[in-house]
Design a protein around this ligand. Structure first.
Ligand code: IMP
Ligand code: MG
Length: 181
């Protein structure tokens, strides 16, 4: 089904590769935070919902899950302007926090979040993303990264175009004619 989806140019990351990498990332996080009483996992909606669900179900130690929703002004994030649509339910001071993003493109969203959440005095603050686009000049720290991908528009595994394609099991490049219409 996915392989034949008419809007996809090519599959970049298969469901099997995603599952294997997500498990490795969960093991790395589990090992790095084994001394911590509980870990505070913050998923960024909507894109991170599938990744966060799979990642946290591979983490076999105490953790809590919360969500934030953000929006960038305008159609692209190039301006760097981001605003919070939905905030956390609880304060995070004294908590060990990991921000979980679907994708790092310009890096504006993640660096904005780092600034905002660092200001709330967590005990520690780390970043995690499933994929990062290889772009010149990108300089945001991603502590736990699934995959580097080419600078093309990708969908699936939570990632969307116009809110569609999120539940495809793979990460795939969308055909240019679909998003340049
Ligand atoms: P950044 O702030 O430019 O790093 O962009 C981050 C946000 O842009 C992500 O959370 C996505 O919502 C969106 N985004 C950027 N590139 C893609 C893509 O290729 N597919 C789907 N969403 C994307
Ligand atoms: Mg998004």
């Amino acid at each position: 089904m996915t392989e034949n989806h008419p809007d996809l140019a090519r599959i970049l990351i298969t469901p099997e590769a995603i599952a294997a990498r997500v498990k490795e990332m969960a093991e790395q996080i589990s090992s790095d935070f084994r001394h911590v009483e509980r870990l505070y996992m913050i998923g960024i909606l909507k894109g991170a919902f599938i990744f966060l669900a799979d990642l946290t179900r591979e983490m076999h130690f105490p953790h809590v899950v919360d969500f934030m929703a953000l929006s960038s002004y305008g159609r692209t994030t190039e301006s760097g302007a981001v605003r919070i649509l939905m905030d956390l339910r609880e304060p995070i001071d004294g908590q060990h926090v990991i921000i979980v993003e679907d994708i790092v493109d310009s890096g504006h969203t993640l660096s904005y979040l780092q600034r905002v959440l660092a200001g709330r005095n967590p005990a520690s603050l780390h970043t995690c993303a499933l994929v990062r686009k290889l772009r010149p000049g990108l300089n945001v720290q991603v502590d736990y990264l699934g995959f580097d991908i080419p600078d093309v528009w990708v969908v699936g595994y939570g990632l969307d175009y116009a809110d569609l394609y999120r539940t495809l099991p793979c990460v795939a490049e969308l055909k240019k004619e679909v998003y340049s219409k």
